[in-house]
Design a protein around this ligand. Structure first.
Ligand code: AMP
Length: 216
């Protein structure tokens, strides 16, 4: 399956993407994770992306699209993938369509995770992320790790992403409404969108997502 996951920051895209990718045996491709890996490795690409990310703005399209296409070229993505955080605007969506057309392949579905705005801010402001794997996330009130500051799953250090600070979250939400939401309509015109609620226990949301994808 070839799937795109969309939803506002804090919808739980990373968490759901990790479960869905595992269930469907396809790679989870997160452009945010790819940028963060480049930043921690000190690459030129990471240097170009860092200021935009810290501010909660989109990294320029030419950098992002090139990086995403390089990742899609890897052999593990040949028969399917779950894109998390890409595309994030209409220009990127069109670039992805052109890329897929060149390879005579197409998306099977676009999963749209819906969550109310006040819930987004509450989730993100208290979020703590594992340095080893950004799908390992905690919350200072709602999902505390067993030992403070340490990831239950892999022992990695937990930290607050710079772009998870409240003022950055507001900007990310604005960027989401302005830039990313229009791609939902773009994909609706292709009949690809399944919208599900991202509220409730993680396992329930995963079940909703799997049911929706089976219908696609
Ligand atoms: P995420 O981990 O998906 O929340 O992404 C974190 C940050 O990485 C975003 O706020 C952007 O600055 C950058 N980013 C990730 N994906 C994209 C994309 N498709 N286009 C532009 N910037 C992106």
């Amino acid at each position: 399956m070839r799937i795109v996951l969309v939803g506002p920051p804090g919808a739980g895209k990373g968490t759901q993407a990790a479960y869905l990718a595992k269930n469907l045996s396809i790679p989870h491709i997160s452009t945010g994770d790819l940028f963060r890996a480049n930043i921690s490795q000190g690459t030129d690409l990471g240097k170009q992306a860092k200021a935009y990310m810290d501010a909660g703005d989109l990294v320029p399209d030419e950098v992002t699209i090139g990086m995403a296409e390089d990742r899609l070229e890897q052999p593990d993505a040949a028969h399917g993938f779950l894109l998390d955080g890409f595309p994030r605007n209409e220009f990127q969506a069109r670039a992805l369509d052109e890329y897929l057309q060149r390879r005579s392949i197409a998306l099977d579905g676009v999963l749209d995770l819906e969550v109310p705005e006040d819930e987004v801010v509450r989730r993100i402001a208290g979020r703590r992320t594992c340095r080893n794997d950004s799908a390992h996330t905690y919350h200072v009130e709602y999902k505390k790790p067993k030992a403070e500051g340490v990831c239950d799953e892999c022992g990695g250090e937990l930290y607050q992403r710079v772009d998870d600070a409240e003022d950055k979250v507001r900007n990310r939400l604005e960027v989401y409404h302005r830039e990313t939401e229009p791609i939902i309509d773009y994909y609706k015109q292709q009949n690809l969108v399944a919208t599900i609620s991202a509220l409730g226990p993680v396992a329930e949301v995963t079940k909703r997502a799997m049911d929706a994808l089976r219908r696609e």
